[in-house]
Design a binder for this molecule. Structure first.
Ligand code: 13P
Length: 341
């Protein structure tokens, strides 16, 4: 694909009023999500859940693309239409998670490095053949006593950049996801510091590996208080510190920014995105969402693995997508939460 092709796809992923549905949970993660509503973690239940999500009527009103898992991209609707093909018919761009997970970083207790570069060129070619037009790689940075180390940030940033370059070679738009975890009792200022160090390192490597900025999307975490921090920053402060951190570290010609929700409540993930888009106009890049939990949760709880609940669950997903679509335009209000899904 030409660089124009990559740019066009990246632009479409962050199109006005739309965001990305992350539904690329690995099988063990899917099992953890299924546990609470009491759904058995079987291959058929995972397929049925993904079918429910993708066949939500008019999902493309607010969802530009969806990220699939290796198992999911090979699955099909109950009518036998392969998921990527079905998505194409609905106007939803198929994406694929290509990292093979965050593993312990040798010599650095408590820190992780994401693996998956070996054989990636070949896997990308296969996914491209199946219809994938963008990919995702998630790096994990943990805040704790004495961590993250520079070594951890650097190892992850380097891998993200190598992955991004390989994606673009294959004509696939990379989503570059350096997630600073919300877990811990750290303050928002500590999160700012770590997020800033991480983004700076990521973009230094991205530049060094000659990645086309206009043909990639950044998926960062928000700058936020740790879950166990006694002083929880308000929505306005999260919006200010997050945008400040992005302005300090991101190149202007990046195609777009699509945040992860990272364990925030559904409502807060929406309110934070909305505040950023209300308070800051004319930023160099669109700010939107690429949420998994904050989009899927209400629908999953409504479904509980029962066929009879599919329509009600789809309405819940559509509603969350609509609210986040509004937040990406700075047009969300809390009153919208009370609208019937
Ligand atoms: P959450 O929105 O649940 O953080 O997931 C986003 C994602 O894709 C993580 O890689």
């Amino acid at each position: 694909m030409t660089s124009q092709g990559l740019q066009a796809t990246a632009k479409a992923m962050v199109a006005k009023g739309k965001g990305i549905l992350a539904m690329d949970e690995s099988n063990p993660t899917c099992g953890r999500r299924f546990k609470k509503p009491g759904i058995e973690n079987t291959i058929e239940n995972r397929r049925a859940w993904r079918e429910l999500l993708l066949t939500t009527p008019r999902l493309a009103d607010y969802i530009s693309g969806a990220i699939l898992y290796d198992e999911t991209i090979r699955q099909a609707t109950s009518d036998g239409i392969p998921f990527p093909q079905y998505m194409g018919q609905c106007g939803i761009i198929p994406g694929i998670k290509v990292d093979t997970g965050a593993k312990d970083l040798t010599g650095f207790p408590g820190e992780k490095v994401t693996e998956g570069l070996d054989g990636l060129r070949e896997r990308l070619a296969e996914y491209k053949g199946m219809g994938a037009r963008f990919a995702k790689w998630r790096a994990v940075i943990t805040i704790g006593k004495g961590i993250p180390t520079r070594a951890c940030i650097h190892a992850n940033a380097h891998a993200l950049a190598r992955y991004a370059a390989l994606c673009q070679e294959a004509g696939i738009v990379p989503i570059v996801e350096p997630e600073v975890l919300i877990d811990g009792d750290h303050t928002i200022d500590r999160c700012y510091e770590v997020s800033s160090d991480t983004l700076r390192a990521v973009f230094a490597e991205i530049e060094e590996q000659r990645v086309l900025l206009e043909g990639m999307v950044l998926k960062p975490s928000m700058v936020i208080s740790g879950l166990d921090c006694p002083q929880q920053a308000r929505v306005k402060e999260v919006a200010e510190k997050t945008v400040e951190c992005l302005l300090k570290n991101l190149p202007e010609n990046l195609a777009g920014v699509a945040f992860l929700s990272g364990g925030q409540s559904n409502e807060l993930a929406t309110a934070h995105l909305n505040a950023m888009n209300t308070m800051y106009r004319g930023l160099p890049w669109p700010l939107t969402f690429s949420y998994a939990r904050a989009l899927q949760q209400p629908a999953l709880e409504g479904w509980r693995g029962e066929k009879a609940n599919v329509t009600a669950a789809q309405k819940r997903l559509y509603h969350r997508a609509k609210l986040n679509g509004a937040a990406s335009l700075g047009q969300y209000s809390e009153a919208m939460e009370r609208e019937a899904p």
